[in-house]
Write a protein that binds this ligand. Structure first.
Ligand SMILES: C[S@@+](CC[C@H](N)C(=O)[O-])C[C@H]1O[C@@H](n2cnc3c(N)ncnc32)[C@H](O)[C@@H]1O
Length: 381
């Protein structure tokens, strides 16, 4: 008996950290709203993804998605709207085709091949048909483990091998094939250029420093990589506000900074013994460096608006031109709160006569916070 296969349906898959689906949905409405309809969580549980229907053809949508993923959000779009920075909660936006596997089928490869074909069908999809001979990578993933589909992780690993055998890849291949299993009955299949993937790979787990005073240091390591903060050349000073027990300070020392660590709490002895960290037992909101520093970082747990005011004060006083800090998330309305804070920060910096690059992201090592990066570029003439 042959089981009839429904034809794949064009779908947009939006991924985020599990539990932050409503923040990602709010952000998707702001960044891509006019191109999407029916943006909704992928499953009832916290699953780390949303699905949407494209309101325009994939060909029309693709450049807008690429701009969002490459974080090219500067300046207003045609409607005059200018977002405060690149996507914060959205991790990936995948234009693909949804495949529903008939219940009881063991043949998942057949329907998937059909969907892959749909991705490259001339005239309809955004890609020319030779992409299959230029595949550089094949990614097969399951929905976030928090979604609790038992055994899905093991299944996707096996399926990756099946797809590699079937399609094959070339080291220099320009395209990647992505298959995300939402559960055993549904997957989304997409093909896209690898350059987007390289931007996405800046986020993700980083190794913990040896003898790190706290796990928290990984957050700063990941942030320095994600925002591409270059290590200092020669002697450079950083201020670490809310430094104890010293995870971030240890990362700064490793990167080549001398550090003023501000916290009433105790710092790791090992860190102090490096001779590169001075401990100031003071209030972070009152601390004043004696001379300008190369980088200010802040991991104080407090209201986001208070942190924004603190950074604005540092800009006003000329204490630093480069900042990495966390905004601790409120209980609700994550996106609107973060967005308002970043807009307020940009307004404050510009009213002080500076142009600045501002970006923020919910990183892999972040939990109830997002990480913000600010670099003052020059005086507004
Ligand atoms: C999340 S912990 C920082 C962890 C640190 N980044 C690390 O990697 O080890 C927050 C720190 O902020 C400090 N803190 C909170 N309010 C502060 C304030 N007003 N002034 C200075 N430190 C403060 C706390 O004592 C605590 O050590």
């Amino acid at each position: 008996m042959t089981i009839s296969q429904p034809s794949p349906k064009a779908t947009v898959l939006l991924t985020c950290r599990a539990g932050f689906e409503s923040a990602a949905r709010d952000e998707a409405h702001v960044l891509l709203g006019s191109f999407l309809s029916r943006v909704k969580p992928g499953l009832d549980s916290a699953c780390g993804f949303l699905t949407a229907e494209p309101a325009v053809s994939q060909e029309e949508l693709a450049p807008h998605v690429s701009r969002v993923l490459r974080r090219q959000m500067k300046g207003a779009d045609e409607s005059g709207f200018s977002p405060a920075c690149g996507p914060v909660f959205l991790h990936d936006v995948i234009l693909g085709y949804e495949v529903d596997f008939p219940k009881g089928t063991h043949d998942r490869l057949g329907p998937l091949k059909l969907a892959v074909q749909e991705c490259v069908s001339e005239g309809e999809g955004p890609l020319p048909s030779q992409v299959l001979s230029e595949l550089g990578q094949i990614h097969v993933r399951g929905a976030d483990p928090a979604a609790g589909v038992p055994g899905l992780d093991r299944f996707v690993k096996k399926f990756q091998t099946v797809l590699l055998q079937h399609f094959g890849t070339k080291d220099q291949g320009n395209y990647e094939l992505i298959v995300i299993f939402l559960n055993y009955e549904r997957a989304v299949v997409a093909l896209r250029e690898r350059v987007d993937a390289e931007v996405l790979q800046l986020r993700g787990r980083v190794p913990r420093l040896q003898n790190a005073p706290s796990r928290s240091g990984s957050k700063l390591t990941e942030a320095l990589r994600f925002f591409q903060v270059e290590a200092p050349q020669g002697s450079a000073w950083a201020v670490d506000l809310g430094a104890a027990p010293g995870g971030w300070s240890a990362v700064l020392v490793e990167a080549g900074y001398q550090v003023m660590a501000v916290d009433n709490g105790a710092l790791s002895l090992e860190l102090l013994e490096t001779g590169r960290v001075r401990h100031f037992t003071e209030d972070a909101f009152r601390f004043q460096p004696q001379r300008p520093v190369d980088l200010m970082v802040c991991d104080v747990v407090d209201k986001p608006q208070k942190t924004i005011n603190l950074v604005s004060k540092w800009v006003e006083k000329g204490y630093a031109k480069h900042f990495v800090f966390n905004l601790k998330l409120p209980m609700k309305k994550h996106y609107s709160e973060v967005s308002q804070c970043l807009t307020a920060l940009r307004t404050a910096i510009e009213s002080l006569g500076w142009s600045a690059e501002i970006d923020a992201h919910h990183l892999y090592h972040d939990r109830q916070e997002v990480t913000v990066w600010v670099k003052l570029r020059g005086r507004i003439s």
